[in-house]
Design a protein around this ligand. Structure first.
Ligand code: ATP
Ligand code: MG
Length: 575
C-alpha cells in the first residue's frame, strides 16, 4: 500500500474530549471517528487492526473446535420475554418496534437466540457437545459511553456458546475455552490476566474475566501477594472465618451534631476515625419495601454483593431522599440502625465494631458508644462491602490483597441450565429422557482489545503495535523520492520484494519532509521502518529502525528481505 493512495487520517492536535491515551491515539492515528456518543466509524487503518484481532480469535476458536455462525443483530422481544430478560435487562437494552408494532431489540448478547436455535436443531445426546461462535456487532445503551471504543454503545464482540449433556461436559467445554483465551491473548501480544469474576445479569455461577492491566482500567482487580489468587474486587469474599468484636466499654448517649450530614463532617466534629462510625444506606427492596444496609463509615457498598441478597432489588437502587424520609422519618444523613422499623442487613465489618457512632434517626443528633446486642439486637450479617488493598486474601487470610486496575477484554461463564430451562432447550439422553442443555458462554471484546492494546503499548510519539496487531508490518520512508531515480528504483524494488515475501508494506510516497513522514509512521505505530536515501544507497545500505526499542542499524539492501525475516521473527509477540 502506498500512502498516496491510502486513506490516512492522522491528526496533529490531541482531541480535547479524549481523556485516555488509547482514545487520543486512536483518533490521532486515524483508526476511528465518532458518529454519535459511543458509536464509531472504523477507518481503513483501524479496520486492518480489527481484522487482525478477529482473525486470531477466529483461528483459535476453530482450533478449539468451535464453529462459526452469524446470528441476527435484531432480535424479537418474545425470546427475551421467555427468558425473563425483557424486564430484567433494564435501559441498556435498545428496544424498538417494527412497522407492525411488534417489539424488537438490538442484541446486546445472544443467549436467547442461540438457545432457541439449539432447541430446534439438537435433538439427541449424540449431537453433543456443540460450540457455536460469531463475531458480530452488539449494542448496549451504556449509561456512560466513554474512552472511545473502550466503552462504546455499539461494539464488536466474539461470542461463543457451548452445549453439553451434563455439568462435567460443560466444565470441559469451559476449560477448552479458557485455554483458547489464554492462547488468544498471548498471540495478540497482550498481557492478560484471568481473574475470578461475578456472573452479572448473564447469570450462571462460575466465571472468569480476562483483564489487561492498565491504570485507565475501569475494573479493580485483587491479587494476593503470595498465592495465585486473582479476582475482580466485586467478587472478593470478605466473610470472616471467625467473626469477633471487642467488648463494649461505654454507655450509649445521644450527642448534638448540628449541620453534620456526612461521615467526614462527623469525624471532624467528634475527632474520631471513620472506622469508628457506621453508615446506614436505604435501598429499594425486592418487594418494594425499603431495606437498610449498614456499613462501616470507611467502607463502601459492593453493588454486586448487595444485589445477590433476595430482599434487595436487582438492579440495586438507592432510595431517594424523599423515600428515605418516608421509611425512617429523617433525612438521609441522620439515619441509624437503632430503633429502625425496616429490615436491617449489616456488613461483617460493621458488625465487628464496638462503641460505634451512628445516626440517631433525629435531625441534628448522633448516637455515641452504641453496641450491638446491647443497645440494639445482634445484627443479621452479610458480606456487603467492596474489598480494598490490604484486605485478607480469601485463600490465605494471613496475606493482604493488592489492588490493580484492569480492562476487561474477555469473559467466560458456566451458565448451567439457566437459559435452556427458561427457553425449553432440551435433548434426549441415552435413555430417551428429555434433559436441558448445560451451557457455557464466552465473550471477547474485539473492538475493546484494540484500545486495550494501545493502553498497554505506546510512547510519547504514538502507538507501538504488538507485531500481530500492526496494520502494516513495515514502512518504507524514501528520502528524495521525486528527485532521485536511484532512490525511486531501490524503493520500488524493495517494496515488491518485501510484499512478495509476505510482509504487508506501507510505502510513504508522498514526498513530505522526512521529519513529517517519520513522526506519522511513529504515530501509527508500524513495527519496522526502513529509510532509503541516496547517501545510504551509495554504500549499498538502508537504515532500519525498530519502533518499540527506537534502536536503528544499517543493513545491506541486497539481503534486506532475509534480514527483516530474521528481525521480525525475533521480535516478541510474533507468531
Ligand atoms: P463491562 O463489565 O465492561 O460492562 P460486561 O461484563 O458487561 O462488560 P460481557 O457481557 O462479559 O461484558 O461482554 C463480553 C465482552 O464484551 C467484555 O469482556 C468486553 O470485552 C466487551 N464489552 C462489553 N461491553 C462493552 C462496551 N460497552 N464497549 C466495548 N466492549 C464491551
Ligand atoms: Mg463481563
Amino acid at each position: 500500500m502506498r500512502t498516496s493512495q491510502f486513506f490516512l487520517a492522522t491528526l496533529k492536535e490531541v482531541p480535547a474530549d479524549a481523556e485516555i491515551v488509547s482514545h487520543q491515539l486512536m483518533l490521532r492515528a486515524g483508526l476511528i471517528r465518532q458518529v454519535a456518543a459511543g458509536v464509531y466509524n472504523w477507518l481503513p487503518l483501524g479496520h486492518r487492526v480489527l481484522s487482525k484481532v478477529s482473525q486470531v480469535v477466529r483461528e483459535e476458536m476453530n482450533r478449539a473446535g468451535a464453529q462459526e455462525v452469524l446470528l441476527p443483530a435484531v432480535q424479537p422481544a418474545e425470546l427475551w420475554q421467555q427468558s425473563g430478560r425483557w424486564d430484567d435487562y433494564g435501559p441498556e437494552l435498545l428496544r424498538f418496534a417494527d412497522r407492525h408494532e411488534r417489539d424488537f431489540c438490538f442484541g446486546p448478547t445472544h443467549e436467547e437466540v442461540i438457545t432457541t436455535l439449539a432447541r430446534a436443531e439438537i435433538r439427541s445426546y449424540r449431537q453433543l457437545p456443540v460450540n457455536l461462535y460469531q463475531i458480530q456487532t452488539k449494542f448496549r445503551d451504556e449509561i456512560r459511553p466513554r474512552f472511545g471504543v473502550m466503552r462504546s454503545r455499539e461494539f464488536i464482540m466474539k461470542d461463543a456458546y457451548s452445549f453439553d449433556r451434563d455439568s462435567e461436559g460443560m466444565s470441559q467445554s469451559y476449560q477448552t475455552m479458557y485455554d483458547a483465551y489464554v492462547r488468544i491473548f498471548e498471540r495478540l501480544g497482550l498481557q492478560a490476566q484471568a481473574v475470578e469474576a461475578d456472573s452479572g445479569t448473564i447469570g450462571g455461577n462460575f466465571s472468569h474475566e480476562f483483564h489487561v492491566l492498565a491504570e485507565s482500567g475501569e475494573d479493580a482487580i485483587a491479587f494476593c501477594s503470595t498465592c495465585n489468587y486473582a479476582a475482580n474486587v466485586e467478587k472478593v469474599d470478605l466473610t470472616p472465618a471467625s467473626p469477633s468484636r471487642p467488648d463494649a466499654t461505654e454507655t450509649m448517649s445521644e450527642i448534638a451534631t448540628p449541620n453534620v450530614h456526612t461521615i467526614a463532617d462527623l469525624c471532624n466534629c467528634l475527632n474520631i476515625a471513620s472506622s469508628q462510625t457506621l453508615k446506614t444506606l436505604i435501598v429499594q427492596g425486592s418487594e418494594d419495601t425499603p431495606i437498610a444496609l449498614v456499613l462501616r463509615g470507611d467502607h463502601s457498598l459492593n453493588k454486586v454483593k448487595a444485589e445477590m441478597l433476595a430482599e434487595v432489588a436487582n438492579p440495586l437502587r438507592m432510595a431517594s431522599a424523599k423515600e428515605v424520609e418516608e421509611a425512617t422519618g429523617v433525612a438521609p444523613g441522620s439515619v441509624g440502625p437503632v430503633g429502625l422499623n425496616i429490615p436491617v442487613i449489616v456488613d461483617h465489618g460493621a458488625a465487628g465494631v464496638a462503641d460505634f457512632v451512628c445516626g440517631a434517626n433525629r435531625e441534628g443528633f448522633h448516637l455515641k458508644s452504641v453496641n450491638w446486642g446491647r443497645d440494639l439486637a445482634e445484627p443479621r450479617t452479610h458480606d456487603l462491602r467492596q474489598a480494598v488493598e490490604g484486605d485478607p486474601c480469601p485463600t490465605d487470610p494471613s496475606q493482604p490483597i493488592q489492588v490493580r486496575r484492569g480492562i476487561e477484554v474477555g469473559h467466560v461463564f458456566q451458565l448451567g441450565t439457566k437459559y435452556s430451562e427458561a427457553l425449553d432447550g432440551n435433548f434426549l439422553d441415552a435413555e430417551g429422557r428429555s434433559q436441558p442443555f448445560h451451557m457455557g458462554c464466552y465473550g471477547i471484546g474485539i473492538t475493546r482489545i484494540v484500545a486495550a492494546a494501545i493502553e498497554q503499548s505506546h510512547d510519547d510519539n504514538g502507538i507501538i503495535w504488538p507485531a500481530p496487531l500492526a496494520p502494516f508490518d513495515v514502512c518504507i520512508v524514501p528520502i528524495g523520492l521525486k528527485k532521485s531515480q536511484q532512490v525511486a528504483d531501490a524503493v520500488e524494488a524493495l517494496y515488491a520484494d518485501l510484499t512478495d515475501a509476505g510482509f504487508s508494506v506501507l510505502l510513504d510516497d508522498r514526498n513530505e519532509r522526512p521529519g513529517v513522514m517519520f513522526s506519522e509512521m511513529d504515530l501509527i505505530g508500524i513495527p519496522h521502518r526502513i529509510v532509503i536515501g541516496e547517501r545510504g544507497l551509495s554504500k549499498g545500505i538502508v537504515e532500519y529502525r525498530d519502533r518499540a526499542s527506537g534502536e536503528s542499524a544499517d543493513y545491506p539492501l541486497d539481503a534486506f528481505v532475509t534480514t527483516l525475516k530474521t528481525i521480525s521473527s525475533l521480535a516478541p509477540n510474533t507468531t
